[in-house]
Design a protein around this ligand. Sequence first.
Ligand code: ADP
Ligand code: MG
Length: 992
Amino acid sequence: MARPGGSAWTALARRGVLQCGAGRWSRGVQGSRRGVSTAVDEVEPQGGGGEDSGGAVAGRRPDLGTLDADSEVFAQAISSSSVLTTVRECRQQYPGSVLLVRVGDFYELYFEQADEVGGAVLGLQVVDKKFRSGTVRFTGFPARSLLRYVEILVARHGLSVALCEQFQEPMRRSFTRKVTRVITPGTLIDESCLDDIGVHNYILCIADASAPVAPRAEAQVRRRRGRPRKSPDSTPPSEADAGDAVADEVPLCLAWLDLATGSFMASTSSSAGLSADLARIRPREILVSDSDARVQSLVASMFPAHAPGRPAVARVPAASFAQYMAAQPADSGALAGPLNPNSQYPMAAPALGASPDRLLAAAELADGERAAACALLSYVAATQLGLLPPLQPPRRYSAESHMRMSAATMDALELVRPAGGAGASATTTLLGEINLTRTSAGSRLLATRLTAPSTSADIIEQRLDLVEFFSAAPRVRELIRARLANVGDIERAVNKLSLNCGGPHDLLEIARSLREVAHIKQALDDHVDAASRPPDAAASVAAGRPRRQRPTASAASHRKRPEMAAIVRRHAQALQALPGLVRDIGDRIRSDAERDVRAFGFLKPNCNEQITQLHAQLAAKHQERQQLQQQWQAAYACASLRLDSMPALGHFIEVARRDAARLQESGAFRMVQTLKSRVRFENAQWTHLLSEIELLRARLCAEEMRAFEELRDRVLEASATIRTNSRVLANVDVAISMAIVAITRQYTRPRLAPDDGSAPDHTIAGGRHPVIETQLLGSGRQFVSNDCAFSAADGRVLLLTGPNMGGKSTYLRQIALTSILAQMGGFVPADSARLDIADAIYSRIGARDNLALDQSTFMVEMVETAHILTRATARSLVILDEIGRGTATADGVAIAYATLKYLHDTVRCKAVFATHYHELVPHVVPALPALRTLHTAVHEDGRGGFAFLHKVRPGVYSKSHALYVAQIAGVPKPVLAMARDFAAAGLVRPSH
Ligand code: ADP
Ligand code: MG
């Protein structure tokens, strides 16, 4: 197991999160004052039984003001309390964090954080707590509710929490307290705190690639490499085709990590591409250099204050961007040593996980990407107090191998987020529509593919092969699907274990999932031959709801079956079930083990000889205790006598007050405490017996911990295999999900047109909109399918006219969604499709203000149009809906004309252009030879009535039927009548 090492690294961990480099980790605290929006149980704050618990007293709040941890007042208040001493030390070390201190069975907040966070954010009751030297504001909640409160503070309010745990030395009553973990929005890994573990929880770091990493670090980097290195992707991909408009772009490098699953990526981008990157990655927390005002203001401009879903932004020391740059790859192995400052405690693991130096040395990254990854890892390591999960080196996200989509495009097409904002239903998104995955890892993979479809024909074909295999093999598909339902989030379990946040429960989850891996591997092996047999088409349809008769998914196949079988076989071979590990976990850990490793008794009593013996000895001692109690009850005729112990008091014998005299007279018992109705005594025999019991329990605890740590280390040693299993299963899960969608909704396998750079070759027959089709079906209506073709004969630019509500926007979107589905490796909602691979999809759809960013509807429209015109290439697919609508008609038509001509003549991309402005037609048709006109058809009955046919046909339609739409929408009759009169008066003449 790799040990994190490096003197700077160790020093960082030792000094703690806040003293890294010259600067301090600081956080743009947001949301903490948004008021109490949370309904949580109020708990009665109590002393948790620790050594400092004074009673809670009502009274005036001492004037401590906002805590200055060095202040005199504070020094006085803490002089007699070790809890308060800890609070001061931790608050000094972690000034930007909410400090939760474990005292007994409670987590407590002190001083101004009690009111400002405990009271205002968590809705807890705040009281004054009495200490010898005065009273202090304080509140708390039961330890078992920790994750619920962490979720409120971190996930909902974007705050950072420093968790200060207590550790009791075995056989001693004193406690030591240490911060074991700092939880920030981007390093939150507990699944119960995340609203959706089906998407990644990324923390992302942005480095300005044009700025030197750091003068000293750069020299070190050069020395390490021996020569200046050209980055593998030093030119931002979009820059090549962007022209003058992007000359003042700032090149940026990004690194992003999902700490819980280990997904670690890096890429090169630019200031102009950042919003698309952020829309795709959707980080929860963004790290920027504390000395880079340009990047800071760029990020701030993208996330207006109080915007929903706004990520937390943390400033990190500029020096951390060079943290691991200087290390020689060869050094890193030698730089071992305990990283975790808590290693004397049972919960603290030996240094596990990856070494950042080695990780980064192994990665092929551009300098700026490496710098971003450095700062990211040093921040994560600092929050985890030196621990890192067993990560793989960051993988480069290459913009060229993925379809580019702007943030506006992803929003407009509702890929993963509904356009109506956070409150809107997820069923309107494409992800919601096609996500039938059974595992969290599968769901994450599907979301990732959807926001970053591939541009590689090979990759797309391989994914399609797997989908086709499963769509043609219903038995194996259903068998594996049932197995997948039992597979846990094993990447997350491994990472939790490596970060000391995991417990026996995670071991069980890994074992359970690995058992399913064995079955799935077997099922794939057994059925791989099925790929070479003709598919059982009837059976494949039986799994879904048979609807209209369309060609079945597999009928469209054009790949050879042996190729498919090879891909399935590769997946089966990559799975490794680790039977030895599974057996040992099953043999040792009780199936009802709790999540917390400190919950004693998770090991099976018969799991090894020593544990069996200790259990037997402990049972004997408990028997002895029972006998002693009965013996004394009989001897002193005292049925109320109990042998007992309490952490604060130690061992004692308790009797009812009326029986106390008999014990006192005997001389064998020493009275230690008198309560209202009971009296407590001490006796050497019970003291001795209890210490024997405690010793045995301590030995059992240590044995349990040893057994747990041994299993955990074995899991971590196998982490690469477990991660591979998880990836393969996620792949299979996604393919099965797509296969079921294909079968139940009559999707078809797309054919990819060869990319020979000639005329477009993009034809969809009987295409549908995947989401609207389902919505219409829900209300008993049927979606009207439409064809679409781009070719030398059919044109490259399509001008679509038609009445309001005729189906123009739907048609545009379904063309874009079909390409996205195909390039992510899925079947498409069409009778057949032959598609060019698009390098990018750009859309300008719908009118909306972005008032939060101070942009009017027209401004938003023009910003998006400018983005498209400067970035689209001949291989892009562009859909434009109602360009120029946000301004006066004459200007709007002019802009629409120029945009259309530029796309046609200069960009030469495939484009569909929906417009109300039929005035355009006489101007563009003769001038643009590759333009064709289409319209959405309407059936008119000749008496003024009409019906939308939603069918797209060649030609132009010049009526808007706006008054009819207004009537359906419920505009009052008098208003409609006035509008009709006004139109009839011909004051504003529509041009035909
Ligand atoms: P437009 O952009 O022309 O105003 P939309 O594309 O917004 O029209 O479509 C309006 C409504 O018409 C949609 O919400 C949908 O209910 C229905 N619709 C559109 N296209 C189709 C279709 N192909 N088949 C059935 N209904 C459709
Ligand atoms: Mg429309």
